[in-house]
Design a protein around this ligand. Structure first.
Ligand code: ATP
Length: 374
């Protein structure tokens, strides 16, 4: 078992008058066995949330409940939770084996033989059997992180907490370790809360992701829900790469007008928007912008590429509409040249609309859920 309930959890740092609300009244249930990713920009409160769950920070208000037991005031060592840090936090004077065994020696009554068996098992799982006699200084970053993970695994905790555990690794190793970690988590079936500022990591690893901003939850959902049905402009802009494009538009009932283009709405869309404010923000993902050859295609917009970035299978095409910079992701097979105009289309079923004051989603794109071809 390893269900965590955060109830109104708040963490305030600093003195009265100069307080920083790092985590603001968070309500969240993390299911037993779930891989939950906390994602958001620097300073949004991800690490503080994790450290509160671990007991490394005292919460200011609210409760933390593990499997129905309130652990808010429990010491970290009594929480049956293991944390893995970005900087590995290994003891430099101990071998990998000693590092992995240390926690068990300190917190359990297990004998040396039993501890040794557990360490061997975890080392096998992490593929580091041959490194057990080495000290951290003799190991690469990736190997040190495997030892740190092994140290967490031997404790057989109810919950793993991982704070940006892969961010000190190079890009290739990070990708490999991502897959390994997911595989490991599925095999162990242990509730895992994983912090990252990297939306790709969040999208690829999480059963569900929690998008945080300024200490508050913006959305909790599966990666696809957050991508397809963002609650607000913040989530829409944070999830997805390159980021969603945003342009301010005014609605006269049938046509959306921007300083650089007009966009005729279908009757269905126009009637859907009739009760909405006149001014809002239109969002379109780079991968949803289509190139067309037909200048007189319905709602075609003429653009001039300002920067073209080929990355192989795809090409990122940057352009301006009035004062707004936009990006389109197109097939790498299409030859695009700077200075040669193109016609692009924002398909109506791919448009998102957001309230210009609050940023709340008014309407999200309508993607078809397709089945796997047989
Ligand atoms: P990052 O990705 O940069 O680590 P984060 O999302 O993990 O950011 P936190 O480290 O949780 O963010 O910090 C949230 C806010 O709390 C920030 O404004 C930070 O400056 C502040 N903060 C964190 N720890 C402390 C502390 N010990 N004392 C004072 N303020 C703190």
């Amino acid at each position: 078992m390893g269900q965590i309930d955060l109830r109104g959890m708040t963490k305030v740092f600093g003195e009265r008058g100069s307080e920083i609300i790092a985590v603001d009244d968070i309500d969240l249930t993390i299911e037993d066995g779930e891989f939950l990713v906390l994602v958001g920009p620097s300073g949004c409160g991800k690490s503080t949330t994790l450290r509160c769950i671990a007991g490394l920070e005292e919460v200011t208000h609210g409760d933390i409940v593990l499997d129905g037991t309130d652990i808010t005031d429990e010491k970290p060592k009594n929480r049956n939770i293991a944390m893995v840090f970005q900087n590995y936090a290994l003891y430099p004077h101990m071998t990998a084996e000693e590092n992995m065994a240390f926690g068990l020696k300190m917190t359990t009554d297990l004998g040396e033989d039993e501890i040794s068996v557990k360490v061997q098992e975890a080392a096998e799982m992490m593929g580091i059997q041959d490194l057990l006699d080495d000290k951290p200084g003799e190991l690469s970053g990736g190997q040190q992180q495997r030892v740190a993970l092994g140290r967490a695994i031997v404790r057989e905790p109810e919950v793993f907490l991982m704070d940006e555990p892969l961010s000190n690794l190079d890009a290739k190793l990070r990708t490999t370790m991502r897959t390994e970690l997911q595989d490991l988590q599925q095999r162990l079936d242990t509730t895992t809360v994983y912090v990252t500022h990297d939306q790709t990591e969040a999208m690829t690893m999480g059963d569900r992701i929690v998008v945080l901003n300024e200490g508050t939850i913006q959305q909790v959902g599966t990666p696809l829900e957050c991508y397809q049905q963002p609650n607000n402009k913040f989530v829409a802009g944070f999830i997805g790469s390159p980021s969603m494009n945003f342009v301010d538009v005014v609605n006269d009932g049938q046509v959306l007008t921007h300083e650089a283009f007009t966009y005729e709405l279908s009757d269905a869309m126009a009637s859907e928007l009739q009760d909405v404010d006149d001014a809002f923000v239109l969002g379109i993902r780079p991968e949803d912008i289509r190139i067309t050859n037909e200048a007189n295609d319905h709602n075609a917009i003429r653009i001039e590429p300002t920067v073209v970035e080929p990355v192989g299978d795809l090409t990122y095409v940057h352009f301006e509409l009035g004062d707004t910079q936009l990006t389109a992701t197109v097939s790498g097979d299409v030859p695009i040249q700077i200075g040669t105009d193109l016609e692009v289309i924002f398909p109506e079923d791919r448009i998102h609309l957001f309230d210009s004051e609050t940023g709340e989603a008014i309407k999200n794109s309508q993607r078809e859920v397709r089945s796997v071809p047989s």
